[in-house]
Every structure is written in structure tokens, then in C-alpha cells.
Design a protein around this ligand. Structure first.
Ligand code: HEC
Length: 443
């Protein structure tokens, strides 16, 4: 086991969630925008209307700066955050999908190179060549989505991989196609909204109106298909996940679904009214405000998708606290739960000084805190203020006594959304003792 990253108030899980949700804004823009961009460019050439190119240039510059500065930074941020908050989870993914990521990065490099070439060759190469550079970018960007979606979907529904350990068995998993379809459609919604913001800044009245109308059309169609594909995705959810969402096991997930739905409706309304019907009324401020709404919708949607995977990082295989929970004979991997219950969890924390690797009367509270940090802090704040506060939740259940708390830990996996507490009975009692002081010291 690696050391654990305890993030005060927020929890490490939420940190990744916030970075990853922000990353959607540039990443899906990067993938969706160029289809619209080359469409407008082609229209400009075909209809002999060079004034439309003002939009294409400005939109490209936005993509170049926003996606390739903020997108790259937040993308690296996800890697850092995931590596420190869940090193064993990311390691399991890398061991399976290192060639998937390598392939994705090849296409990502093509994206980075072609967008610069595209931007700086405006008017310097002939029209057909310039369009081809644009298509090359659009296809390469979409292929990077095709690949990364396989790995994302794998984490919720690893499918046959749980028996075979095979790369493609996990990659083309039960939620892969609906999720790829939904992201592909929704990226046009995201790209359409940015396009409306860019269009609003154009000086030429008729170009502004026309590009606003077309952006509204593309965005609205993307959102409508996105919703249909999302329904397909929800239908493909495994029964446990569907029960979290629709059965009321985790009621907050349904609220997230409502928030995402309302945001979807607001953005769609903007597309229809300020894009299609009255493009003259589209303004920069209006579209940026709706962009904030869109971001709230993304936060809710991604929070929902991630929440469905509980209690796992990789469903059916590795728990949220990074303990392997099942045998995977195809890869020679064994469940760690039984052995840790027998030999102790602390003994596996090689970074601790030897005297902390077993429970004694002197160190009980210190190692109790370490156990709780490892097994709860990914999802729960250890302070009273903060995300899913542990002292508050425990007190809500009327538990403050060390023995009761240790008993509660024993039955933790009675909750379908929490992993079992792993470790010896002594370790459980130490964790219970720490939880009791945590509640009392956090009035
Ligand atoms: C994989 C994430 C995850 C881990 C790890 C986790 N929990 Fe939870 N826990 C949750 C979620 C999600 C809820 C539900 C919160 C809600 O309803 O909003 C929850 C709820 C709770 C509750 C309230 C239960 C109730 O009936 O209301 C308690 C108490 C709790 N957790 C304690 C713990 C303790 C102690 C640990 C560590 C030993 C732990 N949890 C580890 C995700 C986790």
C-alpha cells in the first residue's frame, strides 16, 4: 500500500471530481469544435463568402488558447490528483491500458500539431489543403475520445474483463457504446455554446446572425441526441448502479440527475431562442451566463456517473479504498480482503516506522487515525465541516462509543455503497477508538 493523501474538508475524491469536471469544458470543446469550424470554413469557400472566415479564425484562436492551455493543465491535473489520491487504482488502469493511453497520446500529439498548423496557415496554403488540415484535426481529436471513453467506461462496467483480463474485453464493455455516443453528441452542445459566445463578438451583423443561428442548430441537435443516448446509457447500467439511482439507495444521485436535466433544458432553450429564433439577441454575456449553467450541469452529470460506481474504483475488482476485492485468476491476482483481515492492514503500510505497523496500547489512537484515513478519507471529510463529514454522519446515527463504532465498522459493507472495513479485530477496535475521539474533539 502507498501513503494516503488526506485533503482537509474536500476529500481527495472530490478534488479529482472538480478537476475532471472542469476538464470536460476544454476537452469536449477540443473534440467537438472543429467539425463546426470546418463546416463554416467550407461554406465560406463554396459560397464565396470570405467574411465568414472572421468567425473561423476567432473560434480557432479560442480553441487554441482555451483547450491547449487550460485543457492541458487540467488534464495533467487529473493525472496528478488521481495518482496521489488513488495510486493503486491508477496503477491497475495503467497495467491494463498503457497501450490505450499511448495510442491516445499519439492522436493527441497530432491534435496539438495540426491546430497550430491550421491556425498559422490561414491564407498561406490553398483552400483544399487548409480544409484537410482541419479535418485531420477533427478526426484525430475524435479518435482520442474513442480511446479514453473505453477506459472511463471500463471503470464502471469492466464486463468480461473480470473473467478474462483481456484488453478488449474490458474496453468494449457494456456501457462503452452508449457513453461514446452520448459524449459525441453532447460535445456538439458544448462546442455550440462556445461558438455562440464567439459569434456574439463579431463586428459584421449578418455574419454574427448567421453563425449564431448555425451554432444554435448544431448545439440543439447535439443536445437532443445527447439526451437520447444518455437514456440508452442509463438503461445499460448494471443493476446495483440503477438501484443507487432509481431505487433510492443514494437519494442525492437523483438530485444530481435533476440538476443535470435542468441545465440541459436551459442550454437547449438558449440554443433555440437565441440561436435559431432570434440570433440577433445572442450576446457574449448571455452565452457566458449559460456556460456557467452548462458547467453546473456537467458537474452534476459527472458526479452522478462517478457516484454510480460505489463502492468501487474498478467495479467488481478494486474497492474505493484501493483494496482488491475479488480474485482475478486470468491475471494471477487474488482478493486481499481475507488476508488483510487475518494478517492486518497496518503490516502492509511499508512507509510507516515498524512500531506503527501493529496496534499497541500506546499507539492505538495514532494508528486508528491512519486506518481511518486510509479507509474512509477518500470519500469522507474527517472534520465536522466538509464533504460528507464523518463525525456528523456517525453522530447522526447516534454512535459515540468506541465499541459501538468498532461494531459499526464490522458491518460497513452492509451498505451497498461502502467498501468493507479491512483489518484485524484489534485494528477495528483502534479505528473505533479514534473515531470516538474524533467525534468528541470536533464539537
Ligand atoms: C467509496 C466511498 C466511501 C468510503 C471509502 C467510505 N464511505 Fe461512508 N459513505 C459513503 C457514501 C456515498 C455515503 C452516503 C452519504 C449520503 O447518503 O449522502 C456514506 C455514508 C456513511 C455513513 C452514514 C450512514 C447512514 O446510514 O446514514 C457513515 C456513518 C459512514 N459512511 C462511515 C464511513 C466510515 C467509518 C468509513 C471508513 C471505514 C467509510 N464510511 C468509508 C461512501 C464511502
Amino acid at each position: 500500500m502507498y501513503p494516503i493523501w488526506v485533503v482537509p474538508y474536500l476529500t481527495s475524491g472530490l478534488v479529482i471530481g472538480l478537476i475532471a469536471s472542469f476538464h470536460i469544458l476544454p476537452s469536449h470543446l477540443a473534440v467537438g469544435a472543429f467539425w463546426f469550424n470546418v463546416y463554416i470554413e467550407r461554406k465560406a469557400y463554396r459560397e464565396g463568402r470570405p467574411e465568414l472566415l472572421a468567425f473561423v479564425k476567432r473560434y480557432t484562436l479560442l480553441i487554441l488558447i482555451f483547450c491547449f492551455v487550460f485543457g492541458s493543465l487540467s488534464g495533467v491535473g487529473i493525472w496528478y490528483a488521481a495518482t496521489v489520491s488513488s495510486p493503486r487504482g491508477i496503477s491497475a488502469l495503467i497495467h491494463n491500458y498503457v497501450w490505450g493511453w499511448a495510442t491516445e497520446w499519439v492522436f493527441f500529439l497530432i491534435e496539438v500539431a495540426t491546430i497550430y498548423v491550421y491556425y498559422y496557415t490561414f491564407g498561406k496554403v490553398d483552400e483544399r489543403t487548409h480544409l484537410r488540415i482541419g479535418y485531420l484535426y477533427a478526426v484525430a481529436a475524435w479518435i482520442s475520445m474513442i480511446i479514453i471513453t473505453g477506459i472511463l467506461a471500463f471503470m464502471l462496467t469492466p464486463g468480461k474483463w473480470l473473467e478474462t483480463g483481456g484488453f478488449f474485453d474490458g474496453f468494449f464493455n457494456p456501457t462503452y457504446w452508449p457513453q461514446l455516443a452520448a459524449r459525441t453528441a453532447l460535445m456538439f452542445g458544448i462546442a455550440g455554446l462556445y461558438a455562440l459566445a464567439v459569434a456574439a463578438t463579431l463586428e459584421n451583423d449578418s455574419v454574427r446572425r448567421e453563425t449564431s443561428r448555425l451554432a444554435g442548430l448544431w448545439g440543439a441537435v447535439g443536445l437532443v441526441f445527447g439526451a437520447l443516448f444518455t437514456l440508452w446509457y442509463l438503461k445499460k447500467l448494471p443493476p446495483e448502479a440503477a438501484d443507487f439511482l432509481f431505487g433510492g439507495t443514494l437519494p442525492y444521485l437523483k438530485k444530481l440527475l435533476y440538476v443535470a436535466g435542468v441545465a440541459w433544458a436551459v442550454v437547449l432553450l438558449y440554443f433555440v431562442v437565441f440561436g435559431l429564433l432570434a440570433p440577433r439577441a445572442n450576446t457574449l454575456v448571455g452565452s457566458l451566463l449559460v456556460l456557467v449553467v452548462l458547467f453546473l450541469g456537467i458537474l452534476a452529470g459527472e458526479g452522478l456517473r462517478e457516484g454510480l460506481r460505489r463502492p468501487y474504483i474498478i467495479a467488481g475488482f478494486m474497492y474505493g479504498h484501493q483494496v482488491v476485492g475479488t480474485d482475478l485468476p486470468a491475471k494471477g491476482i487474488k482478493s486481499e480482503v481475507e488476508i488483510l483481515n487475518e494478517k492486518g492492514y497496518l503490516s502492509r503500510l511499508g512507509y510507516l516506522p515498524p512500531e506503527l505497523r501493529r496496534v499497541t496500547d500506546q499507539n492505538r489512537l495514532v494508528v486508528g487515525r491512519i486506518l481511518v484515513a486510509h479507509q474512509c478519507a477518500n470519500c469522507h471529510a474527517l472534520s465536522r465541516k466538509g464533504w460528507r463529514s464523518l463525525p456528523k454522519l456517525l453522530e447522526g446515527l447516534g454512535m459515540t462509543d468506541p465499541e459501538d463504532l468498532a461494531g459499526f465498522l464490522e458491518g460497513l459493507d452492509g451498505y451497498p455503497y461502502m467498501p468493507p472495513f479491512v483489518g484485524t479485530e484489534e485494528e477495528r477496535l483502534a479505528a473505533g477508538a479514534y473515531l470516538a475521539t474524533m467525534i468528541n474533539q470536533n464539537p
